[in-house]
Design a protein. Structure first.
Length: 367
């Protein structure tokens, strides 16, 4: 009799948990659906742009701006807010995990001897001088860090990966994306002209574009505008830069915890921090996907499909961030974040080409 009662209680508990899960999922649907629709529209607009032979604005930035326009007329409410938050936080992390499938360690080894030397200097410029510039301009460290990461690593993907571990606000993310996007738009046009003017070889230009242009789509557009060989090499270099997401995420997670402890110590309160709160667990998923691809356990076709899904989900997450961002508040910050993005991007461009000349890759290095 007791066993029957216990079994009945367990069934009731399981049934109750199922009801709670279904209710929570239903709560997410309206807001998530809006973000996914905006993402689809953004991808469509991007495809129209590409079919016209242009590439000035990527789908991520388009989605974020559409989200901000919607926010101006329709603020998230109790019906849509849970799904929008879920998409901007959880879906974003899932997209980063899937992104790992696009990174093959063999690619890193292939182009490493060319790119790693340049990357050391560009990353030092971004995170060293970038932090000082952000402080001099009076920006909060989270906004400054996201701009530096977007410029130094891989545009929107780096911003998306680092934002959760430093507990950045949607406004910080919007500033970071806007600042990196503006300079990318200029570089797509100017880089090929400068490359031909300096007489750079395909290898030299591919390495320059791959290390100095921010977003992946912008790197591809810039590289192939110069030549097919330069585009291929720039894409490989860009994938190598993506690997820097891992140490950057871990470092920023530790910095965020340190600053929390420091703030609470100043207030005279103790803070207990567990490994779980410090470690960005989603980065393990990113590493696992990369390892599976590198070992050949994920076929090339599947890896390409996962990358496409990852990019779409990232666009949806940035649409959700836009839906939570007040455009008027963004404008009130003035030009400081944009100025920060411009200065640090210009420094990276100059440092990257200077290092290439110093180590003999520019102007006539070969693949």
């Amino acid at each position: 009799m007791k066993n029957t009662e216990c079994f009945g209680e367990r069934e009731k508990t399981i049934h109750l948990e199922e009801i709670i899960i279904v209710k929570n999922v239903k709560k997410m649907i309206p807001g998530a659906a809006i973000a996914l629709v905006i993402a689809a529209v953004a991808k469509f607009l991007e495809s129209l742009e590409e079919s016209a032979g242009l590439h000035f604005i990527g789908a991520s930035v388009i989605a974020m701006f559409i989200g901000m326009i919607v926010n101006a007329f329709y603020k998230p409410n109790s019906v849509t807010a849970p799904g929008i938050k879920f998409t901007s936080k959880k879906i974003l992390k899932f997209a980063i995990i899937l992104l790992g499938a696009s990174l093959n360690i063999r690619t890193v080894l292939t182009v490493g001897r060319f790119s790693l030397t340049v990357m050391v200097f560009t990353l030092a410029t971004c995170f060293g001088l970038g932090a000082l510039i952000g402080k001099a301009l009076g920006l909060n460290w989270k906004t400054s860090s996201l701009i530096n990461a977007g410029t130094g690593i891989c545009g929107g993907s780096a911003i998306a990966a680092i934002a959760p571990v430093i507990e950045a606000t949607d406004m910080d993310i919007a500033y970071g994306l806007s600042a990196t996007f503006l300079f990318d738009t200029v570089m797509i046009v100017v880089f090929p002209i400068l490359g031909h003017w300096m007489g750079l070889s395909d290898a030299a230009f591919g390495l320059w574009a791959g290390t100095a242009v921010n977003d992946t789509s912008s790197v591809v557009a810039t590289g192939y505008a110069f030549s097919e060989a330069a585009g291929d090499f720039a894409t490989m270099v860009k994938l190598t830069r993506t690997l820097a997401i891992i140490p950057a995420v871990l470092a920023f997670a530790a910095i965020n915890v340190h600053l929390k402890r420091k703030a609470q110590a100043a207030e005279g309160t103790a803070v207990k921090v567990s490994i779980k709160s410090i470690f960005p667990w989603f980065i393990l998923g990113f590493l696992a996907m990369s390892a599976l691809t590198s070992l050949g356990l994920i076929p090339a076709g599947t890896a390409a499909a996962l990358k496409t899904i990852s990019k779409f989900l990232m666009v949806a997450a940035l649409a959700a961030i836009g839906l939570n961002t007040d455009f008027k508040s963004l404008c009130r910050s003035g030009a400081k974040p944009m100025l920060h993005g411009f200065i640090i991007s210009l420094l990276v461009v100059l440092v990257a080409i200077a290092v290439e000349f110093a180590i003999g890759i520019a102007p006539h290095g070969v693949l």
